[in-house]
Design a protein around this ligand. Structure first.
Ligand code: NAG
Ligand code: NAG
Ligand code: NAG
Ligand code: NAG
Ligand code: NAG
Ligand code: NAG
Length: 514
């Protein structure tokens, strides 16, 4: 029995694991090096403007306050983010330093004895280092970072008092320095782990995991498995399937395995499979999205008379198909267009092809308010698409089309191929292509956040997918959360209280010992 259960589990895992992604992202070591640079920049900027709250309290018979603490300088550490095959990313930094200035004030009272003093102090930390593993995982389809295995160290702590009886305190400052070092050493890791687990995850949470497409569809960018870590890159597999919004149903075909590339010269690689287009086409077809009733008012005003059954300029349906002009003069033609099969998108041989198959039923809209059926044109349209990458969007433009037309159910006798071509070319040029190209220009939204910009982006067509290879530039938005203590990095005020207070030696023994 147990064996059967294990077998079922293994098979299930194998089935799940074999689900191919419709979208894939690769982040290279170059990308991580850049991410580290940006993270360190953000860190040093926010530490420089870190606001340290005043501290006050009572310790034994001593009441004290420490006020006006300001960061005087910060030394950015040497740091790196390096891939660890199969494990994650090792993030480490060495040689950070910090100096701060503040004022102190205390009162000691026991019986008749009262002592109070105040002055200022300068404190500095040097040789601060940390190293931790950052894992990127799949948390119910969303990417999530988790910092672990952190170790940290502090090279030195120096404290110098000024004013009051500072000559006395300075004699004992090494005692305080030792305490502060010990306390901070423990807190360093909490601080950097929190920076990853809270701050960085907050950024990740902004990734669009689903994108509304054409108002009616939902593109699903959720993770289908845990990211993999190679020596030169990490890769994440995303679903990359388009559903009818509100009626999520898997389409009956699966993505083909995505083509691969050994290239790691850019920071980021994104694979957009033709499966994304095909799942959209499929659910669109299933939900009757691929149909439209075309009338004269859908055309540019100067071209509307092409649907007239009577015209003097030989540029209307009535002159292309004279039987219609004769049978229903001074009327307008209505075209009911609908797909008869799900359109197909294929990327191969360096081309993107789209195939549509549909029927166009022609009706006459007579002055008397009747709409007699005329004929059905069966249409097979092959279109070639030029894809380009503009900013962070993939845009498409139809560059050429080929129409195969035939007639069915004609109530007006035989119709020449030339006449069909004239009618359908008109509809294609005046309506269908402008509509498709307008959608194509809206572009495909990729799973990147607003503050990421592509640099030197290239687009190449592989078998079954288009591949975007790009470098990145990150520009923090102005409303971006800094590493302020009241925000996410320092998880609670308790911690930053401790952090700043420890610098002058918090624990009771410190004052009592002196
Ligand atoms: C087109 O017109 C027909 C007949 O009036 C109607 O049944 C159909 O729903 C219309 N299709 C669209 C997409 O408006
Ligand atoms: C649409 O109208 C413009 C201006 O009248 C004309 O040049 C063009 O040929 C027309 N297009 C078609 C497809 O009839
Ligand atoms: C087409 O029909 C409309 C409405 O019947 C009419 O106003 C227009 O003049 C016609 N166009 C031509 C070129 O005859
Ligand atoms: C798309 O491919 C499917 C499966 O091969 C086929 O049934 C369908 O007719 C194709 N659609 C078009 C528009 O060629
Ligand atoms: C495709 O689009 C790109 C970018 O807009 C352009 O440079 C290129 O010439 C286009 N190719 C074709 C065949 O239209
Ligand atoms: C065209 O004829 C076929 C039978 O040949 C019929 O099933 C279909 O409904 C007809 N279509 C229209 C639009 O009349």
């Amino acid at each position: 029995m147990k064996i059967v259960v294990i077998f079922v589990v293994v098979v299930f895992v194998a089935v799940v694991a074999s689900t191919a992604p419709g979208f894939k992202a690769r982040i290279t070591q170059k990308g991580l090096t850049y991410a580290n640079k940006m993270a360190m920049l953000a860190l040093s900027q926010s530490i420089r403007k870190l606001h340290i709250p005043d501290q006050s309290g009572k310790s034994g018979k001593v009441t004290y306050s420490i006020t006006g603490m300001t960061i005087q300088s910060f030394t950015t550490p040497g740091s790196s983010m390096a891939l660890k095959e199969g494990a994650g990313i090792r993030w480490s930094a060495t040689g950070a330093g910090l100096s701060l200035h503040g004022d102190f004030h205390y009162k000691y009272k026991q019986g008749w004895i009262k002592i109070s003093d105040h002055g200022s102090f300068d404190a500095s930390l040097s040789g601060v280092s940390f190293s931790m593993t950052v894992k990127l995982g799949d948390a119910a389809g969303k990417p999530k970072l988790a910092g672990s295995g952190c170790s940290s160290g502090i090279g030195g702590v120096k404290i110098k008092f000024h004013g009051g009886a500072s000559w006395l305190y300075n004699i004992f400052s090494h005692v305080i320095e030792g305490k502060v070092k010990g306390l901070l050493q423990n807190q360093m890791c909490q601080l950097v782990v929190a920076a990853v687990n809270t701050q960085a995850n907050k950024q990740l949470a902004k990734l669009p995991m689903t994108v509304l497409v054409l108002k009616k569809f939902l593109l699903d960018y959720s993770l289908i498995s845990n990211p993999t870590f190679d020596t030169k890159f990490l890769e994440t597999m995303l679903k990359g399937e388009v559903f009818w919004n509100g009626a999520r149903k898997e389409c009956p075909f699966s993505p083909a395995p995505l083509p691969t590339t050994p290239d790691t010269s850019h920071m980021l690689y994104l694979w957009v499979s033709d499966y994304m287009g095909n799942s959209l086409a499929y659910s669109g077809f299933q939900h009757g999205f691929l149909q439209y009733n075309l009338t004269a008012k859908d055309l540019p005003p100067g071209n509307r008379s092409i649907l007239n059954t009577t015209c003097s300029n030989f540029k209307c349906v009535g002159s292309f198909i004279p039987q219609i002009g004769k049978k229903y003069p001074n009327s307008q033609v209505l075209m009911r267009m609908h797909a008869t099969a799900p359109p197909n998108v294929t990327i191969s041989g360096g081309l993107i092809n789209m195939n549509f198959a549909g029927n166009v039923d022609l009706y006459a809209k007579t002055a008397g308010g009747k709409t007699p059926f005329l004929l059905t044109i069966t249409v097979v349209l092959d279109a070639k698409v030029n894809a380009s990458i503009v900013k962070q969007l993939v845009k498409g433009t139809i560059t050429s089309t080929n129409l195969k037309l035939d007639v069915k159910n004609s109530t007006v006798g035989t119709v020449s191929t030339t006449a069909l071509q004239l009618v359908m070319n008109g509809a294609l040029k005046l309506f269908i292509l402008p509509q498709l190209n307008a959608q194509g220009q809206k572009g495909l939204v990729l799973p990147v956040t607003d503050n990421i910009h592509f640099q030197n982006a290239q687009l190449s067509l592989l078998k079954g997918a288009l591949l975007i290879s790009t470098d990145l530039s990150y520009s923090p938005s102005t409303d971006e959360d800094d590493l302020q203590p009241d925000k996410a990095t320092l998880p609670d005020t308790r911690r930053d209280r401790a952090m700043s207070f420890h610098v002058v030696g918090q624990k009771q023994p410190d004052f009592n010992q002196i």
